[in-house]
Design a protein around this ligand. Sequence first.
Ligand SMILES: Cc1cc2nc3c(=O)[nH]c(=O)nc-3n(C[C@H](O)[C@H](O)[C@H](O)COP(=O)(O)O)c2cc1C
Length: 203
Amino acid sequence: MHPIVLAVSGASAQPLAERALQLLLQAGESVELVVSRGAIGVWQAELGVRVPNEPEAQEAFWRERTGCQGGALVCHRWNDQSAAIASGSHRTRGMVILPCSMGSVGRIAAGVATDLLERCADVHLKEGRPLVICPRETPWNLIHLRNLTTLAEAGARIAPPVPAWYHQPKSLEDMVDFLVIRVFDCLGYDLGQLRRWSGPIQS
Ligand SMILES: Cc1cc2nc3c(=O)[nH]c(=O)nc-3n(C[C@H](O)[C@H](O)[C@H](O)COP(=O)(O)O)c2cc1C
């Protein structure tokens, strides 16, 4: 099976990315991970955690954070546009950008690739491969909405991490799992047990 690209850009929902990585590795998946410079900045600003940029150090960092040695993990430098995933000839199962900043949304919608994340998204669109974009911002201005529309027209799935209550979450962890599992539903993954809608609660 080809790897999935998990891309993380600089929006305020980094725990979703960490949980997605953990669930993918626990499921034995092969993951190519690219964390943007903006995302490294958000980790520092919001969580006080320094994410290493060097691939080997970053893999050790994520292995320790997720507590998972399973699956296969390849980490990339945010600016390494010579990485295999920067080429359409390197086959993947698809790409998920979780979370996705409005900056990344705008640059990908404009066809501008200033870093590996944007180049890889551009490659997925040009190759007609699944690209799931999880924008995190509120409220959205007209520019955000137009850029997201452009991306949807180009073939991306737009899957904002929007909470729901029908699965009856009991904790923040339940909500995080709901958001992550629903994102990966878009690609046909079954990343965990989820209370799915099966009709109203019987009283
Ligand atoms: C603590 C923090 C939180 C941020 N949250 C968001 C956010 O939720 N959505 C967003 O679009 N940008 C957010 N930003 C701004 C982006 O990180 C910034 O525009 C960055 O340049 C995006 O880079 P990237 O798209 O290459 O990751 C945040 C920045 C910081 C420092």
